[in-house]
Design a protein. Structure first.
Length: 161
């Protein structure tokens, strides 16, 4: 540990107060320059009568916008809910049935933990929303393993309490 004299607490307080006053003065001066239409950042190097005034801007001339970008048709996989499945329906059968409408990302049948049989519903995901819409139009009300199925866009799970 160094025993050199660092100026002490009083000296540090004086330096801090001096810096604080200098900052307040600098902020006050910058506000005054901006009020007169002078950019304080540009005037730091050139102090005196060579200061240039900022051009006047009317509110009508200001345009605030975001650059237009073409909207993408699909925003990633589109998940569909498949209801009314038979108790013996598997994910492979679901995938085979719905693959005719487009490229499947995922196919899943929700099963009962104790019996291992289908709970009567499942989910599939298509790469694009257009394929998913074709599947809804083509398969809603169709029969799979002798059962009429419902096909809808999947909804987010409600929060559990």
């Amino acid at each position: 540990m160094s025993r050199a004299f660092s100026g002490g607490k009083r000296n540090r307080e004086v330096n801090r107060d001096l810096k604080k006053k200098q900052k307040e003065e600098r902020l006050r001066r910058n506000r005054e320059l901006r009020a007169r239409g002078i950019d304080p950042d540009l005037s730091e190097s050139s102090v005196g009568p060579a200061l240039t005034a900022l051009p006047e801007v009317k509110l009508e001339d200001v345009v605030i916008s975001v650059a237009r970008q073409p909207r993408r048709g699909d925003f990633g996989p589109t998940k569909l809910f498949i209801g009314g499945l038979g108790s013996m329906t598997t994910a492979a059968e679901l995938r085979a049935f719905f693959s005719r409408f487009g490229e499947l990302v995922d196919a899943m049948v929700v099963v009962n933990r104790s019996t291992g049989q289908s709970r009567g519903f499942g989910f599939i995901s298509y790469r694009s929303s257009t394929e998913a819409d074709q599947a809804i139009a083509g398969a809603n009300g169709a029969e799979l393993d002798g059962h009429p199925i419902r096909v809808n866009h999947a909804e987010a799970r409600p929060g559990r309490s």
